[in-house]
Every structure is written in C-alpha cells, then in structure tokens.
Design a protein around this ligand. Structure first.
Ligand code: NAD
Length: 419
C-alpha cells in the first residue's frame, strides 16, 4: 500500500473526523471556521553553533490551536520530517483530547525540524534553549504549557524550564510538564497513559460482560504506553497473550509473564525467543482473535487493508491516530468497539494537568492520590462518551469528537467574539 496516500495524512484524517462530528452537531459555518482555524502559529529560526564550529539554522514551530477553554497544552517533537501541517493536526487533536476529559486546557503542539540521532547532547541542549527563547513570549503557565513528545523527554523539559526561568528571573516549574520528579514532576506520570488505557479497557469489558481474568489482550508496541499498559493489565489479571514489536511478536495463549519479558528485552535487546512463548510474525499476531487489541506504537496501523483482518472485540487506541478514517467504517460495520485515541490515551495529559496543578500549588501528591484522580477522570469520560454515542446513535469516535466540539463551542459562545 502507498503510505503517502491521503488515507495516511494526519491533517486529512483529523479534518474528516471533525466534519463528521460537526455535521452531527449541526454546527453553523461561523463556529466551524473558528474551531478549524489555529488561534496562533509561530515559525522560528533557531541558529545554533554545532560542535565542529559550523553554524546551522533549524526551523521550529509552536501552534496554539485553541485557548478557548484555558491555556494551550501539548508536546514538542524533534524529527527531520516535522511539518507545520503535522503540528497543526496534532495541536487540534490536543484541543479535542483535553475537552473529552474535561481539562481546563486548549490544545497546542510544537516541533523542531532536526535529526536527534546525529546531534550531540550539547547540540540538542543548544537547540532546545534557543527554540525556547524564540517561543518565550507565547508560552507560560497561564498561556501555553509544552510537554515531551517524539524524541523529547524529561531532560528536554528541564532545559526548557530552566531557560524560561532565567528569562523570567524566577523559577517557573509550571511552564512545562513531564519534568523530572526532582524538578516539579508528578508521581505516576510515566505510567499515566498506560494506566488510563487500563481504566477505559476495564469499563469496555464490562459492556461485553467479559471478566478481567478472561480478557485476552494483544499489545502492539512495547514502549512507554504499550509496555506500561501490558504490565498494569497483567498485574490486574488480564491475559496479555501477544506483544508485537518492530522485529516480530511473541505469543502465549495462557498469557505472557510481562515482567519477565521486560527483563528479557533488557538483556537481549529484543522480545523474540522468550522462554515460554512462541515467536510469531507481526501480521499473525495483529490478526489474532482476542478480546482487546491495544495498538500503542504508531499511527496508521488499522487501515482499509488491515481493518477487515483484525479480530478483537475491543480496540483501545493507546497510540495517536492508529486507525485511519477509512478504517472507521469497517470497524463499525464489524461491530468492533473502539475506544478512540482522544479518550483512550488521555491519561498522559491528565496527569500532566495534575503536575501543573501541583507545581502551581507547590504541594505534591502521593502516587495513590494521582492514580485515584486519574481513574475518576478516565472512567467518567468513558461514560460521557458512551452516553453521547447512545443518545446520538453514533460510534464512539464520533461521539468523543461531538462531546469535545460541543464543549469547546460552548466555551466560545460563553466568551463571545471580541471585536
Ligand atoms: P515509545 O517510543 O516509548 O514506544 C513505541 C514502541 O513501539 C517502541 O518500543 C517501538 O519499537 C514500537 N514500534 C514502533 N513501530 C512499530 C511497529 N510497526 N510494530 C510494532 N511495534 C512498533 O512511544 P510511546 O510514548 O509509548 O508512544 C506510543 C504512541 O502513543 C504514539 O502514537 C504516541 O503519540 C502515543 N501517546 C503517547 C503518550 C505518552 O504519554 N507516552 C501519550 C499519548 C499518546
């Protein structure tokens, strides 16, 4: 299949879901224009001296899609192929995601065109600090709060926080989330997205009357989201029967020992050839009959080509955009229950919100409290989406988008249009 085709374009996929939900809500043209247009877009030049003395100028973006419900919120990614269109699409997704789980945030996203694999740590730090100083006027705890995304992490957030604080002449931990624990990070943040997936999957299983201990789960991607998700689900008694990674898959019909598999991967660099499991090809594992499929690796996995072949009762979208808009209808026709990404993986931004609240209060919660509050938000949001789905007779993704658009449109109406 041609992976440059329109089916795989994130901006077109986001637009398709937006239009479907906006039609259902009978949103007028004016409101659609406001909701579709990013509120602010900044493109910056980032001149940096490389380690060999040469000067390179990198390009960076920060897009604030909406600030109707609160400050913009969203990650920053570093990659050679980042584009303004991609950042726009991701920023709009953040607006809808924050609205679905009812956080007092809008949506934003940032990106720097660079290849971190060929840059030294010092070069990455210089890029990060100069990028931060270039976007400094539009970020801040009350304006726009970045976080890690592809190829950025807690160390990157520490550099951003430090640069921002140096300019403001005061330590401002609340300017970014996803920070190290010792710099105002939150307990429970590394597990948050996987934990959120666990909570919504548990509720979805109840819809089918399947007990947790009988649930057969296939997980694609053994990284932050998939690894944590698999680990927490296994701990709760789910049978995680297969894990799919880039080089293949492992399968045990009675459930894999996830802790041992993590150790095995650490020791050997691969999940394959794990004692007590059988190696499978990635396709064989993806198409296994199971109760839950947790795609937690990348976008465009469930497509018009693969959607007819997968066999789960429930798809919990741990990754962003794992299902294409064309595949939506195939899944709906097959009666597969989809927990859409803007709900399923919102545990990450929810605990980011907790981090921001804790930073602003200067009072830090224990992990139990973080997890309890996360559970409450994820479970309530799951049933909010289900209610919309039943009331409007639409599938879950459209319901989640309708709920989100409705909330953002309502905020805009309450605020009125300033002129
Ligand atoms: P990660 O890099 O920690 O993990 C991704 C894993 O998927 C890696 O182990 C990688 O080897 C594997 N992978 C890549 N391509 C694969 C393929 N074709 N088949 C099987 N495995 C493959 O990344 P992550 O943070 O876990 O993010 C995964 C997805 O979840 C992304 O779409 C991300 O945007 C989304 N997400 C992450 C968070 C978060 O808090 N980390 C929050 C919301 C959404």
């Amino acid at each position: 299949m041609d992976h440059t085709s329109a089916e795989f374009n994130p901006w077109l996929n986001a637009a398709k879901r937006f239009e479907t939900a906006a039609d259902r809500l009978h949103l007028d043209d004016g409101m659609r224009k406001i909701l579709k247009t990013p509120a602010k877009e900044l493109t910056v030049a980032i001149p940096v001296m490389l380690d060999d003395g040469r000067i390179e100028v990198f390009t960076g973006y920060r897009v604030q899609h909406s600030i109707a419900r609160g400050p913009a919120k969203g990650g920053i990614r570093y990659a050679p192929d980042v584009s303004l269109d991609e950042v726009r699409a991701l920023a709009s997704w953040m607006t809808w995601k924050c609205a679905v789980v009812n956080l007092p945030y809008g949506g934003g996203k940032g990106g720097v065109i660079c290849d971190p694999s060929i840059l030294s740590d010092i070069e990455l730090e210089r890029i990060t600090r100069r990028y931060t100083s270039e976007i400094l006027d539009i970020i801040g705890p009350e304006k726009d709060i970045p976080a890690p995304d592809m190829n950025t992490n807690d160390r990157t957030m520490a550099w951003i926080m430090d640069t921002y604080s140096m300019h403001k002449r005061e330590t401002t931990t609340g300017v970014v989330t996803g920070k190290p624990l010792d710099l105002g990070g939150s307990r429970g943040r590394p597990e948050a997205t996987g934990r959120g997936c666990l909570y919504v999957t548990r509720e979805a299983l109840k819809q089918f009357g399947i007990p947790q201990t009988k649930a057969r789960v296939v997980v694609q991607g053994f990284g932050n989201v998939g690894g944590m998700g698999a680990r927490l689900m296994a701990k709760e008694g789910f049978k995680v029967v297969a894990i799919i990674e880039t080089d293949g898959a492992v399968y045990n019909e009675n459930g894999l020992d996830i802790e041992a598999l993590l150790q095995h991967r650490k020791a050997t660099g691969s999940i394959l050839d794990f004692d007590g499991a059988q190696n499978l090809s990635r396709e064989e594992a993806l198409f296994l009959e199971c109760d839950v499929l947790l795609p937690a690796a990348k976008e465009n996995v469930i497509t018009s080509e693969t959607a007819p072949k997968i066999n789960p009762k429930i798809v919990c979208e741990g990754a962003n955009g794992p299902t294409t808009a064309l595949a939506d209808k195939i899944l709906a026709d097959r009666g597969i229950f989809v927990i859409p990404d803007i709900l399923a993986n919102a545990g990450g931004v929810t605990v980011s919100y907790f981090e921001w609240v804790q930073d602003r209060q200067g009072y830090f919660w224990n992990e139990k409290l973080v997890n309890e509050r996360l559970e409450e938000i994820m479970v309530n949001s799951f049933y909010d989406v289900l209610r919309y789905s039943k009331e409007h007779k639409v599938e879950n993704r459209t319901a989640a988008y309708m709920l989100a658009l409705d909330r953002v449109a309502f905020a805009i109406k309450l605020r009125g249009i300033y002129a």
